[in-house]
Design a protein around this ligand. Structure first.
Ligand SMILES: *[C@@H]1O[C@H](CO)[C@@H](O)[C@H](O)[C@H]1NC(C)=O
Ligand SMILES: *[C@@H]1O[C@H](CO)[C@@H](O)[C@H](O)[C@H]1NC(C)=O
Ligand SMILES: *[C@@H]1O[C@H](CO)[C@@H](O)[C@H](O)[C@H]1NC(C)=O
Length: 364
């Protein structure tokens, strides 16, 4: 048992009745408050703002902007290439600044997302007739401008997003197809250099991907990328484990834990960055399904708790079925989030609260 200084002073003083011990099992205390009590930097969420219905939905914003609920926000889209550099060397930081301003007003951190990815690129990138040299210059220019504009307001950058196939080889993208695998290492090098120039070396550099949450070829490939960066003396600070799972098919606690421990053993931080657990078919809200989904969330969050402080935080990829990306991306699938479509907490929410307190799951 640990005593706070105040409690210790009371015990050492005259025979005053000690105040009642604070209850650390209140499920309505807020998931971020519980995560921080557990030593995490945050429980966070993605949010697709500005320019969407979320931006003006008062009920949604009331939950999002409460720092007891969320200590971190990831811009779902606002910082992606097509929005930040819509035309070559023409930068637009309006959306990214909007997210940062909103988060900072409520004491929330921001994982900045992302710099180099195959998708959501500007037409000028997709349609250019690039050489290795000219596209490398485009990548460098983008990274320097965006990283230096947002600066230390970003807790971290997802420098490269989703670079690998399931078999651990580099996936096809304009970056890889034109530049070769050097693009991956150069992206981290440029991000490091851009931050050094503005004395912002504390902004963390992450690789973010899915399918790397459990042991296997793809996780092994991530280890190799990290080793190659190290060999080239280029900094990487963390691995983002997206953790987009399906109800009933979430990797086991042991698999998720040992995989996190593997990255941590390389000297890295890890974060769960895009957690959701979708139903692959309706119904999304029957009791048995919600119970299994609660178990899946419980397992994933528990793996971060058990991994210790180097698993720095957990972010869900939006918190509610009202604005989930899932139905738009996977036809017929849904119900993936921890609040339902009318913004009520689902059993998964309470399972997470239990996991954050190191307690058995009361709703699984
Ligand atoms: C810049 O981005 C904002 C937010 O996405 C958008 O509303 C605005 O139209 C953009 N400005 C230009 C000049 O494209
Ligand atoms: C693409 O660039 C190459 C080399 O710079 C050039 O020879 C070729 O004509 C260009 N193709 C188009 C369609 O512009
Ligand atoms: C959300 O959950 C609440 C409480 O369980 C329920 O009353 C409401 O009907 C649900 N909304 C939807 C859209 O399922």
């Amino acid at each position: 048992m640990r005593f706070s200084l105040a409690t210790a002073a009371l015990l050492a003083g005259p025979a005053l009745a000690a105040p009642p011990a604070p209850r650390h099992d209140d499920k309505d205390v807020g998931l971020n408050a519980l995560a921080q009590r557990a030593g995490k930097l945050w429980f966070g969420t993605a949010a697709d703002i500005p320019g969407t219905d979320e931006t003006t939905d008062a009920a949604y914003l009331k939950i999002l902007e409460n720092p007891a609920n969320f200590g971190e926000i990831t811009p779902a889209n606002a910082m992606k290439f097509m929005y930040t550099e819509p035309e070559q060397n023409v930068f637009n930081y309006t959306g990214g600044d909007y997210v940062l301003n909103l988060a900072e007003r409520h004491g929330q951190r921001v994982r900045c997302h992302n710099l180099v990815w195959a998708s959501q690129l500007s037409d000028f990138v997709n349609n250019g007739n690039w050489t290795k040299e000219s596209l490398t210059a485009v990548m460098r220019n983008h990274i320097f401008h965006v990283v230096q504009h947002f600066g230390r307001r970003c807790y971290s950058w997802d420098v490269v997003n989703e670079a690998l196939n399931g078999d651990g080889t580099f996936s096809s993208s304009i970056w890889y197809d034109t530049i070769g695998e050097d693009y991956f290492y150069l992206a981290f090098q440029y991000a490091q250099e851009a931050l050094a120039e503005i004395h912002a070396n504390d902004v963390k550099l992450y690789y973010n991907d899915y399918g790397i949450e459990n042991p296997g070829t793809k996780a092994d490939a991530v280890h190799n990328l990290v080793k190659e960066l190290r060999k080239r003396d280029i900094r990487i600070d963390g691995i983002g484990l997206e953790s987009h799972f399906e109800v009933g098919f979430t990797p086991s606690l042991q698999d998720q834990l040992s995989t996190k421990q593997g990255y941590i053993a390389l000297g890295l931080d890890v974060a769960i960055t895009e957690l959701d657990v979708r139903f692959t078919q309706a119904p999304y809200y029957d009791a048995a399904g919600e119970k299994q989904q609660a178990q899946d969330y419980y397992t994933s969050v528990s793996s971060c708790i058990e991994a210790g402080p180097k698993c720095i935080g957990i972010t869900v990829w939006d918190f509610d079925d009202k604005y989930s990306w899932v139905p738009y991306t996977f036809a017929g699938q849904g119900g993936a989030d921890i609040y339902n479509a009318t913004l009520q907490a689902k059993p998964a929410y309470y399972a997470i609260a239990d996991a954050l307190q190191g307690k058995a799951c009361s709703v699984c």
